[in-house]
Ligand binder design. Structure first.
Ligand code: MN
Length: 442
C-alpha cells in the first residue's frame, strides 16, 4: 500500500504552500481510485437529469463543524479520551481545515463561548482563511456554570425567577454576539437547558414569558444582518419540562421576536417518531426555518453519526428541504445554516465527522435527483403507489459516485476516509499534540 509522510513541518504553521502540498497528496490517492470511480459514475450518468446542476449544488453545499465535535465526547458515565485532540481554538480550526481539505464540504466552523474565546480576532480570522474556513453560527452557553460566575444556572438562565440571573445570561449572549461580529459570523444559536425536573417546580407561563423577555433583549443587540436561531429540545437535562421544548414553542418565540429570529431544528431533539420532515416543511413555508443540526439517534438525543441509523428519514427531510427551498427560490447553500451537532464517544472524531458529512451529502443528492414533476403529478392524481415509488427510486439509487465526483472537482479526495487513514493523520496529530488531550467543555 502506498504511504505518505505528512508534511508536518509545514502544517503546524499553515501557509498557502501547505494547502497546495496537501492537495498533491490527495491527488496521488485519487489517481489510484480514478478508474473505478469513472466506471461507476458513467453507469449513473444517463439516468440523472441535469447531473452538472446537481454537481454544482453539491460543490456549493457546506456543512459547518462545531468546535466541540472535534474531541471525544462522553456520557454522564464516563469519557474515554482519544489522542491528539485540539485544545486551542487554532488547533480546532486546523482540524476542520483537515476535514475541508479532504471533502471540500466543511468550509465553516461554529464556535462556542466561553470554550473558544478568541484572544486575537485578526490572527484567528487569518488562520481560518488559510484553511478556507468561515465562521458559522456562534453558540452561547447558559447550561452550565463557569468559574467566577456570580449567579448559578442550576434553576435556569433566561427563564430564571431571579431577574439578576436572567440579566447575567442576557449579557453573556450579547457578549457572544460581539465575539461573533469581530470574527465575521452572521448568526447565533441559543440553546437553553431551561425547564423543570418535577411537576409544580415551575410556572410554565411565567417561565416562557421570562425567556421571551430575555430573548427580546438579546434580539435587540443583534446587528441588522444577523439571525438569531432558537433551538428546541424535548427533554434533558431537565426531565419534566423544557421551556423551549418543541418546534411550536420555538416558532412562537421566533415569531414574537421578529424577522431576524428563526427556529433551529436539531434532529436529535424530538420525541420518538416525530415527523421531522413535516416540521421542516411548515417552518420553511412560514420563513421561520433558520438552520439545522445534523446527527442521528435510535432512542433520544444520541448524537450519533448522521445517516447511521435512519438514513431514509434523513432523505425525507432533505426532500422537504429541497422542495420547500426551491418553491421559495432559496439558495440551498447559503439561505439556511447547516451544521453537524454530534458526539463521538467510541470513534476518532475526525473519522466520524467525515462519515457524517458523507451521510448528509448522500441524502442531499438523493433529494436532488427526485423527479419533482412526476411526484407532483402523482400527488395530484392521488396515486399513492407512484408517489412512494418515485421517492424510493431516488433513495435506492447509489449516488456515492456523484458525491465523490463533486469532491474530486473541488480538489478533495475521492475517498476522504481512506485518504485520512492512509496519510495517518491521527498518528501525526498525536505526535504533535500528545496522547492525552481534552477538548474544553467536554
Ligand atoms: Mn444542537
Amino acid at each position: 500500500m502506498w504511504m505518505a509522510v505528512w508534511p508536518w513541518h509545514l502544517y503546524v504553521k499553515p501557509k498557502l504552500e501547505t494547502m497546495k502540498l496537501q492537495e498533491t497528496l490527495i491527488a496521488e490517492y485519487n489517481d489510484e481510485l480514478h478508474a473505478a470511480h469513472s466506471r461507476k459514475l458513467d453507469a449513473l450518468t444517463g439516468d440523472i437529469h441535469d447531473l452538472e446542476g446537481v454537481l454544482r449544488k453539491l460543490t456549493d453545499f457546506q456543512i459547518a463543524i462545531p468546535s466541540w465535535a472535534l474531541g471525544t465526547g462522553g456520557t454522564r458515565f464516563g469519557r474515554f479520551s482519544g489522542g491528539g485532540e485540539p485544545v486551542a481554538i487554532e488547533e480546532k480550526i486546523e482540524d476542520v481545515g483537515l476535514l475541508h481539505a479532504l471533502n471540500k464540504s466543511c468550509g465553516a466552523i461554529s464556535l462556542h463561548i466561553p470554550w473558544d474565546i478568541p484572544q486575537n480576532y485578526e490572527s484567528i480570522k487569518r488562520h481560518a482563511q488559510d484553511f478556507g474556513l468561515r465562521f458559522d453560527a456562534m453558540n452561547s452557553n447558559t447550561f452550565q456554570d463557569q468559574a467566577n460566575q456570580e449567579y448559578s444556572y442550576k434553576f435556569g438562565s433566561l427563564q430564571h425567577v431571579d431577574p439578576r440571573v436572567r440579566k447575567q445570561a442576557v449579557n453573556h449572549n450579547i457578549e457572544v454576539i460581539e465575539h461573533g461580529v469581530a470574527l465575521g459570523s452572521k448568526s447565533m444559536t441559543v440553546w437553553l437547558a431551561d425547564g423543570s425536573c418535577f411537576p409544580g417546580q415551575l410556572n410554565f407561563r411565567k417561565a416562557f414569558e421570562n425567556t421571551l423577555e430575555s430573548l427580546r433583549e438579546i434580539y435587540s443587540a443583534l446587528p441588522s444582518d444577523w439571525q438569531l436561531f432558537v433551538e428546541y429540545k424535548a427533554f434533558e437535562p431537565n426531565f419534566y419540562s423544557t421551556t423551549m421544548g418543541d418546534w411550536g414553542q420555538s416558532f412562537l418565540a421566533a415569531t414574537k421576536l421578529g424577522p431576524q429570529a428563526k427556529t433551529l431544528v436539531d434532529l436529535g431533539h424530538h420525541l420518538p417518531n416525530a415527523n421531522i420532515e413535516q416540521i421542516v416543511s411548515i417552518l420553511l413555508m412560514e420563513d421561520k426555518l433558520g438552520g439545522f443540526h445534523f446527527n442521528d439517534s435510535k432512542y433520544a438525543d444520541d448524537d450519533l453519526t448522521a445517516g447511521s441509523i435512519k438514513p431514509y428519514q434523513l432523505f425525507l427531510i432533505f426532500n422537504e428541504l429541497v422542495e420547500g427551498m426551491d418553491s421559495k427560490g432559496m439558495n440551498h447553500a447559503t439561505d439556511l445554516g447547516w451544521m453537524i451537532d454530534a458526539s463521538h464517544n467510541v470513534k476518532d472524531p475526525l473519522e466520524d465527522l467525515l462519515q457524517s458529512v458523507e451521510g448528509i451529502m448522500i441524502a442531499y443528492t438523493q433529494a436532488l435527483i427526485i423527479d419533482r414533476d412526476a411526484l407532483k403529478a402523482a400527488q395530484d392524481d392521488n396515486d399513492v403507489v407512484r408517489c412512494q415509488e418515485i421517492l424510493q427510486h431516488a433513495f435506492r439509487t447509489d449516488v456515492r459516485p456523484i458525491v465523490a465526483e463533486a469532491r474530486l472537482r473541488a480538489g478533495g479526495a475521492l475517498d476522504p476516509l481512506k485518504c485520512y487513514r492512509g496519510l495517518e493523520i491521527r498518528k501525526q496529530l498525536i505526535s504533535n499534540r500528545g496522547l492525552k488531550t481534552a477538548v474544553a467543555g467536554l
